[in-house]
Write a protein of this length. Structure first.
Length: 101
């Protein structure tokens, strides 16, 4: 899968250094994946949450962080929409939040 954009993850781990290794692990797993459906994602990440419109939430570092993505299965692209602490996640609407770039 192609992931857009690693720079969003990097900005986050520069502020939260303890997230770097777990996010790099997530990145490597996703980069090597060949997902064609949400079921494939669940096979790779059993705790991923499907919230509709191809949006998937990943728990990072034992659920310390939440990562919201949107996946285009046809073109094999995973868009990083939002990354934050679990506390910050509780303040947003994961279904409507826009890419922060």
């Amino acid at each position: 899968m192609r992931i857009i954009a690693k720079s969003t993850l990097k900005k986050f781990w520069e502020i939260n250094p303890q997230a770097e290794n777990p996010l790099n692990l997530w990145y490597k797993i996703v980069e090597d994946a060949q997902w064609v459906s949400p079921n494939d994602v669940k096979q790779s990440f059993g705790n991923a949450s499907m919230i509709g419109d191809n949006r998937i939430i990943f728990n990072i570092k034992g659920n310390d962080y939440r990562l919201i993505t949107e996946i285009n299965y046809k073109f094999k692209i995973v868009f990083v929409i939002w990354i934050g602490t679990h506390h910050d996640y509780n303040k947003i609407d994961a279904k409507t939040i826009e890419y922060e770039g």
